[in-house]
Design a protein around this ligand. Structure first.
Ligand SMILES: *Cc1c(COP(=O)(O)O)cnc(C)c1O
Length: 410
């Protein structure tokens, strides 16, 4: 095994090293689960305390104007926009990824009302597929086809209303071809919805360069907005005025405070809002996004690829010796910011790792996921993770009964 010193040296010259101080992380913990829940930025803590004391706690309802709470969904959307290659007026923070996907799926179907089929990708995150199933079942004219990547070329046709797909696969970390699939859909007159949950904030995304119609993503993974942080949605400017929101709530009304009884959608992306925004959560996400104003996304991507490569290299001998599979692409250019291993005892191995202070996660039936957040993870931590994995395997620590109890959230 290579020496830890080599990785300490990479940390010493890392241009992103200073960001680590901006996060609250327990000493000695190797946190490789930012692809499930990002670590808390110090700024988010300060912002929430300030909001409680000086906004909600002092100015109460006047804060909607005085502290521009009402503008937060747009402000947060505008801060996410440059990370995903969108215009600042094309993104808004709202709801959860699941709900935003529902809203945009309906919007897309209404924009292609003469077409009947929704195409989704097998192996995508289950909630995306569940939402598609729910929408398809709501109207017997609609047909949902869940297909393999290789089938797309033959399946997308003149009856396709919308193609929906995850940008990075949540199990394997494989990157899907945004430009290629979008162009394929457009050649047949269909629209696309991309889910950026595993790419926003950790690699450059080029929605407008790829001519994407719609996208969704979440605020609590690589964007570090906190548990259940508001998600975001992107709608390309050309579609703004044509969208007829199904969830036609007052926050998406042209003039919510006229209390008019008739629904009239707001101009622009704001019509995709539904109800009152969750200000505490939005404020935390807003504060978390401050960090990205100072982080070059190309440096973030480069470090992300190197962290993943280091983990793959360091675990190679273990994989051979102890029978792990590698299901992530070995080529960093085809991989998002996680490395996924498989092992029949994956659940217990992950529990044993967590007990030793290396937090990744387990995905049924046999996947161990290790996510790399370049703003706070260090190269030396990758070495530590590989070393502790080796110890657990060598000493069969995972076989202990306490590591074999199932919990509700994995
Ligand atoms: C994490 C994730 C979600 C989560 O959706 P929520 O509605 O926020 O719970 C959806 N899609 C993908 C691809 C994800 O990775």
């Amino acid at each position: 095994m290579r020496q830890r010193l080599e990785y300490e040296e990479l940390d010493r010259i890392d241009p992103l090293a200073r960001f680590r101080r901006e996060f609250i992380l327990p000493d000695g913990l190797v946190y490789l689960d930012g692809n499930s829940l990002g670590a808390p930025p110090r700024g988010a803590r300060e912002r929430i305390l300030k909001l409680l004391d000086e906004e909600w706690g002092r100015d109460l309802v006047q804060s909607w104007n005085r502290h521009d709470w009402i503008g937060l969904p747009q402000k947060v959307g505008a801060a996410i926009a440059p990370l995903i290659g969108a215009g600042r007026d094309e993104v808004i923070a709202a709801d959860s990824t699941s709900v935003n996907l529902f809203k945009l799926l309906i919007a897309a179907l209404r924009l292609r009302s003469s077409r009947r089929s929704i195409i989704a990708l097998a192996g995508d995150f289950p909630t995306d597929l569940y939402i598609a199933q729910g929408v398809a079942e709501s109207n017997s004219d609609l047909k949902l086809r869940i297909v393999e990547k290789e089938e797309l070329e033959t399946v997308v046709d003149a009856g396709t209303a919308v193609v929906m797909m995850n940008h990075v696969n949540f199990r394997t970390g494989a990157i899907n071809d945004m430009a290629g699939v979008t162009a394929l859909a457009h050649r047949h007159g269909a629209l696309v919805i991309w889910d950026l949950c595993h790419s926003a904030g950790v690699m450059p995304v080029e929605l407008n360069v790829c001519h994407v119609d719609f996208a969704v993503g979440c605020g609590y993974k690589y964007l570090n907005g906190g548990p259940g942080a508001p998600a975001f949605l992107f709608a390309a400017r050309q579609h703004h005025d044509a969208i007829h929101p199904l969830i036609s709530g007052w926050m998406g009304h042209a003039e919510p405070f006229e209390f008019d009884s008739r629904y009239r959608p707001a101009a622009g992306v704001r019509r995709n809002l539904s109800g009152t925004p969750p200000i505490l959560s939005l404020a935390a996400l807003d504060a978390a996004l401050e960090l990205f104003k100072h982080a070059d996304m190309h440096l973030v991507r480069e470090k992300s690829m190197r962290l993943g490569d280091a983990f793959i290299e360091l675990t190679a001998p273990l994989r051979d010796e102890f029978g792990f599979g590698l299901i992530s692409p070995a080529d960093a250019h085809r991989r998002g910011s996680q490395v996924a291993l498989t092992h029949p005892e994956g659940f217990a191995i992950m529990q044993a790792l967590i007990a030793r202070g290396v937090v990744g996660d387990f995905r049924a039936p046999d996947i161990l996921r290790f996510g790399f957040s370049p703003l706070y993870n260090r190269y030396a931590e990758v070495w530590d993770a590989a070393r502790r994995l080796e110890e657990i395997m060598r000493q069969r620590e995972w076989a202990r009964p306490e590591f074999n109890l199932q919990r509700a959230v994995t």
